[in-house]
Design a protein around this ligand. Structure first.
Ligand code: HEM
Length: 199
């Protein structure tokens, strides 16, 4: 239980903080989420089916997790001697190998649209078929994050509710500069946004 709390709290709250920061910087994206949420205008209730139908919001959450993955990476320990396929670098049984999520998510070899920009549409179009290991914010293999479905559900539900109620605006370069602080997760250093309660 303690592991769940430690692993599940700052990671998810960091992704939410980044969501708010990116929304304040990208009014166009906010507007698209709001339009998707309005749908045919008849339903405000966020049932599971309704939440599942929000495909653009999925792209936004993916882009939040891609641009700054809350976890820097993961580590695997070799169970036998091996070589890296391209460089031929020798690795030995017992070596620890760091897999850096952010480097993979920003490697121009794996992304058609500039990986430095916040562009959720990439997941619908140009980068729909990205390399499977270029985007692994929850790790991979049989030790991948056990809480990822819960985390995605929390993020999507809270993001949708926020976008139904408020609009975030950029609080200005000094207070809303982003930047990184690394604690358990990578969190934004400066998130200063305005909140407009008119939808
Ligand atoms: C945005 C939110 C989250 C992110 C980015 C995240 C990321 C990760 C990553 C990268 C790993 C290591 C995976 C690997 O080595 O392949 C991990 C493991 C783990 N996560 Fe998450 N996580 C999140 C939310 C959660 C939540 C909500 C829970 C639980 C309620 C949770 C519980 C765990 C546990 C228990 C492990 C260890 C799994 C194992 O070693 O078998 N995580 N997470």
């Amino acid at each position: 239980m303690v592991a769940f709390l430690v692993a599940g709290f700052e990671s998810t709250s960091s992704a939410l903080a980044w969501f708010i920061h990116w929304m304040s910087k990208h009014p166009r994206v906010q507007q698209k989420i709001k339009t998707e949420l309005l749908g045919d205008g008849s339903v405000q209730h966020l049932s599971l089916d309704r939440l599942d139908s929000l495909v653009y919001l999925d792209c936004v959450i993916n882009e939040v997790l891609r641009l700054i993955p809350p976890a820097t990476g993961t580590i695997r320990t070799l169970t036998l001697d091996d070589r890296l396929p391209e460089s031929g670098a020798q690795l030995f049984k017992g070596d620890s190998v760091m897999i850096p999520f952010s480097n993979l998510a920003h490697d121009t070899r794996y992304w058609s649209v500039d990986p430095e920009i916040f562009y959720p549409e990439r997941f619908l179009d140009e980068d729909k078929n990205h390399h499977p290991y270029a985007f692994i914010p929850f790790g991979g293999g049989h030790r991948q994050c056990i809480g990822q479905d819960l985390a995605r559900f929390e993020l999507k539900m809270i993001a949708a509710r926020l976008m139904q109620k408020v609009t975030f605006g950029d609080g200005g370069p000094q207070v809303n500069a982003g930047g990184h602080s690394i604690r358990l997760a990578i969190i934004p250093k400066h998130v200063g946004v305005t909140i407009d309660f008119a939808k």
